[in-house]
Design a binder for this molecule. Sequence first.
Ligand code: ZN
Length: 394
Amino acid sequence: MKPVLALFVFVDACGWEIIKDHPFARTHAPVRRKLTSVFGFSSACIPSILSGRWPVSHRNWCYFVFDPVNSPFRFLRHLRWLPRALTSRRFFRHRLSKLLKVHLKFRGYFDLYNIPFEFISLFDFSEKKNPLQPGGLNVGPNIFDHLQERGIPYHVSDPTRTERQSLDALLTEITAEKIDFAWLYWPDLDGVLHRVGNLSPEVPAKLAAYEPWLDELMTRAREHYGEVKLTIFSDHGMANCDTLLDLRARIEPLGLRMGVDYAVVYDSTMGRFWFFNNRARELVTASLLEVAGGRILPDAELEKLGTLFPDRYFGELIFLTDEGVLIVPSHMGERPIRAMHGYHPDAPHSYASLLTNYDAVPAHITAIPHVYELMTTQAEQAFKANGRPRQRSQ
Ligand SMILES: [Zn+2]
């Protein structure tokens, strides 16, 4: 039996609006708080949680960036001759993404999504490493670098495993009493919400399915640790998409040439633009000012959100849609999906949640990057209480 386990359970997209009136995890983690998210998708939110920093500092924000010089995708241009009926198919792109991930030695999550092969050589992919590993962020350390440096024994899930496999892997480590700190990764609620929306009965059903797993986890943890400090948390919520916006149809008639006059990545909720002449900048800006359902984010606002990059690496102009407005078609998807995140952090469904089995959450823990402070503090406490890990005999 060891004295303390710091147990962190990440439930992707378990937003405040989704659980505020739902008894999810109340028996194990009755203390609840709403957290402000970080502007961006999970590609921005998870690195922010893992580092206690905002995107401008760790530089993990949106996946695709205009960077033809460093583009690893040049050879894919040849695929532009294949029929669109094939190359826009999810199945085809999914298989190709898997092959490319191995070929390009990307260690994080990788998907080609819906970027046309005609333009793919203009772009680089900004998450080449696995953020859930030491050295996994583009700039600076994450919690796993910190734990490694301090010599604190920890467990983190392998995101390529299923949720049940990740739970089993953690249960094994808990039984062996090897660790002081654990980070369990449960990503599947996000997929359910994208598919069915936040009002479907499938959502409470998925939450209910986590309960016996949490029972199992806490029972096992208490058998091996005197005190288990449990923190369940998320990165963002999920808004239903009831309005579709064909942003591309507003830009293409301007007659500007992609890669010559301008470049754009259409994310699901954002259009990120780069300009190569003033005419393109003026035409696109004027056109976006006329678009209902979204707005250009001023620099002052981007700065407040921690997403104003001095080198404009992720785009010179950021157009963001209002909550519930989905850009379709986009470079993320050809077809609509029921719900999305990546809206303004002030939008009602953007808020994340923090559920704990301890009261002493400091008042200044109000945004998802603050979870980092809870992680480091509790890892230190557990490490101190548990003593140095025993050296393994040969
Ligand atoms: Zn998602």
